[in-house]
Design a protein around this ligand. Structure first.
Ligand code: PBG
Length: 323
């Protein structure tokens, strides 16, 4: 009664499948996140992220050359400082851990783009992304100035792209102004515009020692139940001067990636976060899933949803698979 559907014939032959495939992964779209710890000769495994390490700055030239030789275009740096205090001052030291790391990488592999995460949670002793008022609550407006100082110190160290992840309102505008006033008009901002308050950041907080010592981040990160709010957040950031925006996490928020891709014409990044990495690793270790197949499938799905760029701890492995 039903005629055989013609499209099904297109699935029978691998060559045809390749021809009609709608989504392609390219190494050019990948960004590799790196944890840098203030220390020396250190390559310390991160327990909740098998295969990922905390590196001291002196380890980065070799790593940067390896990443660059795989033709991965960019890395994203997170710093783990020796000293933490209430206002996160070590985040903007001239010789802070990220500033050292940027210089080491740019010396060793100038072609590799260096993005830096701008946030205070790794640098404050209370672990919040901003500084606190007398009542112990994050003070949005007092934090803005510190963030701008951090961003400027990263740019001075040679960062190619500044990526604020703190989620304070108004930070993109303040950072843009600070960069412009100091001769860094050419440095783009990749805003973590749509950052959910997600439990999938668990392994990252172990990796960076940045779990809040009290409370949570619900006051400044987004409610996972919301999608219209994502459009508002992204629109504000673009208006303030964001050159690119990000949705984070990725796989549980494919619908959010899709609406942002449809709505905005700035390049869109998606962050496959630590928990997404850990899930695949843990299941693969137990023999419950095929790691490479799941990596390819999940990253393809993120790309299909509309991400132009994907930030993923699997970047080096993906580059091997794709080669
Ligand atoms: C800093 C920051 C976090 C992540 C990126 N930047 C942690 C957080 O917000 O708690 C998470 C990245 C990951 O899980 O891989 N604020």
């Amino acid at each position: 009664m039903f005629p055989e559907h013609r499209p099904r014939r297109l699935r029978r032959n691998e060559t045809i499948r390749r021809m009609v495939r709608e989504t392609h992964l390219r190494v050019d779209d990948l960004v590799y996140p790196i944890f840098v710890k203030e220390s020396s000769s250190l390559k310390e495994p991160i327990e909740a992220m098998p295969g990922q390490f905390r590196h001291s700055p002196d380890q980065l030239p070799a790593l940067a050359r390896k990443i660059s030789s795989q033709r991965i275009p960019a890395v994203l740096l997170f710093g783990i400082p020796r000293m933490k205090d209430p206002t996160g001052t070590s985040a903007h030291h001239k010789d802070g851990v990220v500033q050292q790391a940027v210089r080491r990488i740019k010396d060793a592999a100038p072609e590799l783009l260096v993005m830096t995460d701008v946030c205070l949670c790794e640098y404050t002793d209370h672990g919040h992304c901003g500084i606190l008022d007398d009542k112990g609550e994050v003070s949005n407006d007092d934090t803005l100035e510190v963030l701008a100082t951090v961003a400027l110190s990263h740019a001075r160290a040679g960062a190619d792209i500044i990526a604020p992840s703190d989620m304070m309102d108004g930070r993109v505008g303040v950072i843009r102004e600070e960069l412009d006033e100091n001769g860094f008009e050419h440095v783009p901002i990749l805003s973590y515009a749509v950052k959910y308050c997600s439990s999938f950041y668990g392994p990252f907080r172990e990796a960076a020692g940045s779990a809040p010592s009290f409370g949570d981040r619900k006051g400044y990160q987004m409610d996972p139940a919301n999608v219209r709010e994502a459009l508002r957040e992204a629109a504000y950031d673009i208006e303030e001067g964001a050159d690119m925006i990000m949705v984070k996490p990725a796989l549980p928020y494919l619908d959010v990636i899709r609406v942002c891709a449809d709505e905005f014409d700035v390049p869109l990044a998606a962050y496959q976060v630590s928990g997404e990495y850990a899930m695949i690793k843990a299941a693969a270790e137990r023999g419950w899933m095929n790691e490479d197949a799941c990596v390819l499938e999940s990253v393809t799905a993120i790309r299909r949803a509309g991400a132009d760029m994907i930030i993923t701890y699997f970047a080096p492995r993906l580059a091997e698979i794709l080669a």
